[in-house]
Write a protein that binds this ligand. Structure first.
Ligand code: KDG
Length: 337
């Protein structure tokens, strides 16, 4: 018997080849294969926490597409609306690992099957009944950056979600290797205006919020900067805003009344930070769907993010429910602002 999805998401799932050794990409000669893609990471994170997810997208009819499908299905993600393109190719990314500073990413995804998703994929998902009993549509700012057809697919998914009374969550996930801030800003602002829950780092939120909040980025403590950009996103039309402070290292912030700050899980060994933001979204969304308040949702998000930091790969460290609940105990010291 098929379990109906509670969450629907769409995007490009890629194979990520992650350097085994730390150092610059130019020196990397051995890579390990992982499944990646922000929405897929959130999907796996939610399923591991006990919330059924359906994924909409495309992969090529090649070995990497098979890897992705096996992984998603093995995790229990509903892939009935993932199309395998006979004439396509699965997107690939290469990722170096740095002990210090940000890691470089090399995309090989232009024209990939994932980037050829379009409105017809969303229509097919609707006809398959994916939206009928779901509660939430999760989107990221990566998908509209991939191609005009992907951008239209995101718009169509929001329309389907609205018609079926789903909430919409959006992680800004600004990817500067895919588009310039000037192109991204109006598109992401339009999506923020239609979202119920918006996730972002403070820096991404400032870019999307526009000039006014650039000033807010220069002064004050992290929570005041978070408050400034969160209020800009709320003004754009978002109903709830959850921010990662210092990429999650300083915890997270929700623009509630009053606002809530929950510190990060302390002393987490940093093996691989990529995917931690997606795990944060999964934890926050799971808790929210369970009726938790903002502080509890941030705490579960922080716990899931911390778990991903400790494992190589974009989704490998996403915790089970029991693991997340254990970690959550270390992140409950909330402060109210
Ligand atoms: O959030 C992690 C993602 O960035 C990663 O899994 C790959 O989706 C990805 C991207 O486009 O960079």
């Amino acid at each position: 018997m098929r379990i109906e999805p509670e969450i629907v998401t769409l995007g490009e799932c890629l194979v990520s080849l992650v350097a085994v050794e730390h150092g610059p990409l130019a020196e990397a000669d051995t890579f390990r294969r992982h499944v990646a893609g922000a929405e897929a990471n959130v999907a796996v994170g939610l399923v591991r926490l006990g919330h059924p997810v359906a994924y909409i997208g495309r992969v090529g009819d090649d070995g990497f597409g098979t890897t992705i499908l096996r992984r998603l299905r093995g995790e229990g993600v509903d892939t009935r609306c993932v199309r395998v393109e006979p004439d396509g190719g699965t997107g690939i990314m290469f990722r170096e690992r740095r002990a210090v500073g940000p890691s470089e990413v090399l995309y090989r995804r232009a024209g990939s099957s994932g980037s050829r998703m379009g409105v017809e994929d969303v229509d097919a998902a609707s006809e398959a009944g994916l939206f009928r009993n779901a509660r939430l549509l999760h989107l990221t700012g990566i998908t509209p950056a991939l191609s005009p057809s992907c951008r239209s697919a995101v718009g169509a998914a929001i329309e389907q979600a609205r018609a079926a009374n789903l909430q919409v969550s959006l992680d800004l996930n600004l990817r500067r290797r895919l588009w310039a801030d000037e192109e991204a800003r109006p598109v992401l602002r339009g999506l923020v205006a239609r979202a119920d829950i918006v996730f972002a780092s403070v820096e991404e939120a400032a870019v999307v919020a526009g000039n006014g909040s650039a000033t807010a980025m220069t002064g004050g403590d992290p929570a005041s900067r978070a408050a400034a950009v969160a209020s800009a996103l709320l003004d754009l039309g978002a109903r709830r805003v959850a921010l990662k402070l210092d990429a999650g290292a300083a915890g997270s912030y929700a623009a509630d009344r009053p606002a809530v700050v929950v510190p990060a899980v302390p002393d987490v060994p940093l093996i691989d930070p990529v995917g931690a933001g997606d795990a944060f979204c999964a934890g926050y969304l799971a808790a929210t769907l369970e009726g938790a308040d903002e502080a509890a949702a941030l705490a579960l998000g922080n716990a899931c993010g911390a778990s991903v930091l400790g494992a190589e790969g974009d989704l490998a460290g996403a915790p089970s429910r029991a693991e997340a609940d254990r970690l959550r105990r270390f992140t409950s010291g909330q402060s109210i602002r």
